[in-house]
Design a protein around this ligand. Structure first.
Ligand code: FDA
Length: 391
């Protein structure tokens, strides 16, 4: 069997690359070891797939080579993808500013991609694994569970390491190393935090509670909701900040974003001296959280009895709550992988390996990782199209 292009990985990037190359007149085969294409698309965004972000910019991505993503993102923009899905009548909603989700189900989005692949003459072979990949003259040779395949070019679109039960594997990194490319350190990102057993006990009663915060870690700062879970801390603010976190780091959480707790408490002491601290807290925070804070730190007396030192201590608990997570939930629940195939060895226009144009890498397998909010899919589409046009 011989194809112009063989793409390993029938996920977001692989399918987008396949249909683009197919329309450009290439014979294209997509191979995936899973029993279904696009499994991550199906389970993303709570089953409705946050498929792009209208405000996508290079600043929304982390990479040790930050300029690499610019070219592809500029050439294939969110509006292009919206135009594609709208041609198929897919209805979508903007759940948060810029974040587009399927109005009904991510199944509709996957159907768009599979239909386009079909129209573009792309062949998709599932439950097929690659046993070896070798250079063969100007092309490549693959030995797979379905036999030997020859290809003009191979595109590795095997994604990151998150959620192994959905087909994730380190295969793309192995191929990169086999051909002498560097792979930067990988770690789970956009992932909930776990807490020590002492903190888990303290926060157990808060499980399910969500409140807006500013979460900070290293150079990351996000104002979004935080969610207490039975394992620890999650919600958009904490998922975002997990991309900056390294083991041993502390998180700084502002439970009263935009408000100086010290000034508020001092004003309350002046103007309503008989008021209890818990009442003041209860007006600003969810009631269960206000109660828990008073239980953890004690001293729910009238405001009049509070010293400046006491107000300062409370202000720092509220505006700058410091907590050291035990860890993260890891690959089991992480949405993405930070790090990956080092892009310095690739062309940002064509995604080919420098000096080896018959081998290319696209999507999440690369050291390009988006923030939460539809950016990771936009990277999959943009890198898939750039590569599909050139391959
Ligand atoms: P992707 O992981 O989609 O596809 C890789 C494919 O390669 C898979 O089909 C896999 O089976 C296959 N494969 C792997 N190893 C192989 C091997 N050895 N041989 C053959 N095939 C192999 N992003 C976003 O923008 N908005 C969102 O709403 C969400 N939500 C979300 C929820 C959850 C739960 C997760 C886990 C992730 C998200 N994401 C997201 C992230 C997003 O899903 C992710 O960045 C893209 O799917 C990456 O696309 P790729 O095509 O690069 O990899």
């Amino acid at each position: 069997m011989t194809y112009d292009v063989v793409i390993i990985g029938a996920g977001a990037a692989g399918l987008m690359c396949a249909l683009t190359a197919g329309y450009a007149g290439r014979s294209v085969l997509v191979i995936d070891h899973a029993n279904k294409a696009g499994k991550k698309i199906l389970m993303s965004g709570g089953g409705r797939c946050n498929f792009t972000n209208l405000d996508t910019a290079p600043a929304n991505f982390f990479s040790s080579n930050p300029h690499f993503c610019i070219s592809a993102l500029k050439r294939y923009r969110p509006e292009h993808f919206v135009e594609l899905v709208e041609r198929h009548g897919l209805e979508h909603v903007e759940k948060a500013p810029g974040q587009l989700f399927c109005a009904d189900s991510a199944k509709d989005l996957l159907a768009v991609l599979l239909t386009e692949c079909d129209w573009a003459g792309v062949e998709i072979r599932l439950k097929t694994s690659v046993e070896s990949l070798e250079r063969q003259g100007e092309g490549m040779r693959l030995d797979t569970s379905a036999g030997r395949i020859e290809a003009g070019a191979v595109v590795v679109a095997t994604g990151g390491l998150s959620i192994p039960t959905l087909g994730a594997s380190g295969f793309g990194y192995e191929i990169a190393r086999q051909f002498g490319l560097e792979v930067t350190d990988t770690r789970a990102a956009l992932v909930p935090f776990t807490l020590t057993s002492a903190w888990k006990e303290r926060t157990a009663a808060l499980s399910g509670l969500s409140t807006e915060v500013v979460a900070r870690c290293r150079d990351g700062e996000y104002r979004e909701p935080m969610l207490f879970t039975h394992r620890g801390l999650s919600g958009p603010a904490l998922l975002q900040v997990s991309s900056h976190w390294h083991p041993g780091d502390e998180l700084a959480i502002d439970l009263l974003p935009g408000e100086s707790a010290f000034e508020g408490l001092a004003a309350a002491r002046r103007e309503a001296p008989k008021r209890r601290l818990s009442t003041w807290l209860g007006e600003r925070l969810p009631r269960r959280l206000a109660q828990a804070l008073v239980e953890w730190h004690g001293g729910d007396g009238p405001m009049a009895e509070r010293s400046n030192a006491d107000l300062e201590a409370w202000a720092s608990r509220l505006n700058d709550w410091r907590i050291k997570p035990a860890g993260t939930e890891g690959w089991r629940t992480a949405e993405v992988t930070m790090g990956g195939v080092d892009t310095r060895a690739l062309s940002s226009k064509t995604f080919e390996v420098n000096g080896l144009p018959q081998l290319r890498f696209i999507g999440e397998v690369l050291d390009v990782t988006g923030q939460l909010g539809g950016y990771n899919f936009q990277w999959a589409w943009a890198s898939g199209v750039a590569c599909g046009q050139a391959v």
